[in-house]
Design a protein around this ligand. Structure first.
Ligand SMILES: [Zn+2]
Length: 82
């Protein structure tokens, strides 16, 4: 019976990639403005709409400007804080 091959190789070190900055909403776009307001609410732990995952979805849609077609829908009104 042969011994299994075992090695003591160094672990692979992967580079840390920088986290990209959140996209800036286009100034003249109503939907970007709404998405920015929702993103702010989703990223605020004190807000009733706190949900960081949904905040990321807002980033994706802001990057999708000019939203043709929009990939997500949002209520027109951002809920108030708790
Ligand atoms: Zn837009």
């Amino acid at each position: 019976m042969t011994e299994p091959f075992r090695s003591q190789e160094k672990p692979v070190e992967l580079p840390m990639l920088p986290v990209p900055a959140p996209p800036a909403p286009m100034a003249d776009c109503t939907l970007c403005g709404l998405l920015d307001a929702w993103r702010t609410a989703h990223n605020d732990p004190r807000h009733s709409a706190y949900d960081p995952s949904s905040g990321i979805d807002c980033n994706v849609e802001i990057r999708n400007h000019p939203h043709d077609p929009p990939r997500m829908t949002l209520p027109a009104r951002v809920p108030g804080p708790r």
